[in-house]
Design a protein around this ligand. Structure first.
Ligand code: ADP
Ligand code: MG
Length: 410
């Protein structure tokens, strides 16, 4: 890699000195870029705007002395790290002391010895380069440290919520089992069966949470494989609806299904698509009040330009088409505030399950990652009090872009 050319600013009221030092620096093999200033004020301004790698400054100058200019440069954030070499006359030991105390990196006695000048300039610049490198590395480490702290914090929150969510059903199971164990003789068969049912329901909650946690963990570690293929979405969505029909009916909710063609083929992972559809249909049933309707529709979005292709002039515009699965409910809807958190982890928001169902707040965060891993999208359109519509878009053809790496999904 080519060495960066250093810029040196010389500040001196004596034009002959400016000329002599400048010539000496320009003629070295390093070929420094030299800029000059005839007084302290102009020198400080040039230092601020040109950000030289080194300043060589005379001590005695009219109006603003070298010491004043040095103090000014060291007092400003834009210039405090620029090393300054002061020029001091012979026999001015006090000046040297003042200059070093005021932050000068080094000093040179006048009249200047050419070799000494070059040696000091090289040494100061080498130190400055090391200092910049260390500063850069430190900033990088600080950023990484912040990121790690944030990740650790998120992990702790994740663990805390997960442990808390597991504790309640686990307590239930332990209590019910203890009662059965102690009171077996006095309990009727029907009571024992009731307790067994409660134990099973608590286990189901724990199982759901553990499954969700494993999904999130697998997604974040890049352990989910997307096996994209052509498959018909109609029977898949229909099968999910059928599994929820009874639960919906128990809440007086009617599920409607509408699709544009008998066969509607998507190009995605069939199992992951089912997981996505299942999550949003289960939510619609879970958060809708008694007696409402849920409308599930599959629509063909036809062809449209892929944005990334259009933006890249090297690629010819690529057209891709999508199928949309819309799940519209007549439930409480989602407020603008909740909307911001909707697809985040552990998003248990204002809407509460209407039939005592369990809520982990993880479902939609998984849905979004899965949809994106399949080159699809998911979003929600809603107004508080007016129901919510969740829309999932899945491609119908293989994507022209590389598989997404952001989610770490392979
Ligand atoms: N169809 C919906 N209508 C209203 N609110 C919803 C709907 N779907 C999801 N929500 C809200 O978003 C939150 C997150 O949903 P989700 O990630 O699926 O987790 P969970 O269903 O386990 O709570 C829910 O707790 C709920 O408050
Ligand atoms: Mg859910």
């Amino acid at each position: 890699m080519a060495q960066k050319k250093h810029t040196i600013l010389i500040i001196d009221d004596n034009p002959a000195n400016l000329e002599a030092i400048g010539a000496c620096l320009r003629l070295t093999q390093e070929q420094y870029t030299v800029i000059t200033a005839p007084n302290g004020q102009e020198g400080c301004q040039k230092a601020i705007f040109a950000q030289p790698d080194l300043v060589i400054m005379d001590w005695i100058m009219p109006e603003m002395s070298g010491l004043e200019a040095l103090t000014l440069l060291k007092g400003r954030t834009e210039t405090q790290d620029i090393p300054v070499v002061m020029l001091t006359g012979l026999g001015s030991a006090k000046h040297v002391e003042y200059a070093l105390n005021a932050g000068a990196a080094d000093y040179l006695r006048t009249p200047i010895d050419k070799n000494e000048l070059l040696a000091r300039v090289r040494a100061t610049l080498a130190l400055q380069d090391s200092y910049k490198e260390i500063k850069h590395q430190r900033e990088k480490l600080e950023t990484q440290n912040h990121e790690l702290l944030a990740l650790n914090q998120e992990k702790n929150e994740f663990l805390g919520i997960a442990a808390h969510d597991l504790k309640n059903p686990l307590n239930n199971i332990a209590d019910l089992a203890r009662i059965i164990e102690q009171d077996t003789d006095s309990m009727t068969l029907a009571e024992i069966q009731d307790f067994a049912k409660l134990i099973r329901e608590s286990s189901a909650k724990m199982f759901e949470l553990v499954r969700n946690l494993l999904d999130v963990n697998a997604i974040e570690r890049g352990g989910i494989h997307v096996q994209a293929q052509h498959f018909d979405l109609v029977p898949l969505v229909n099968a999910v609806i059928e599994t929820y029909t009874q639960r919906a009916a128990s809440k007086g909710i009617t599920l409607h299904f509408d699709y544009e063609r008998e066969e509607m083929f998507a190009f995605a992972d069939e199992h992951l698509s089912e997981q996505v559809v299942e999550n949003i249909i289960s939510n619609a049933v879970k958060y809708s009040p008694h007696g409402k309707n849920v409308y599930v529709r599959i629509k063909d979005e036809g062809g449209r330009m892929q944005q990334e292709s259009v933006a890249d002039s090297d690629l010819s515009p690529h057209t891709s088409s999508f199928l949309r699965i819309e799940v519209a409910d007549e439930g409480p809807g989602i407020s603008a505030e909740d909307m911001k958190k909707l697809f985040g982890k552990f998003a248990r928001l204002s809407a509460q399950p209407t039939g005592g169902e369990h809520s982990t707040g993880l479902g939609l965060s998984i849905v979004r990652k899965l949809a994106e891993a399949m080159h699809g999208k998911v979003w929600c359109e809603s107004q508080i009090g007016c129901g919510a519509t969740f829309i999932v878009e899945l491609p119908t053809t293989p994507s022209s872009s590389a598989p997404p790496t952001e989610t770490g999904i392979v």
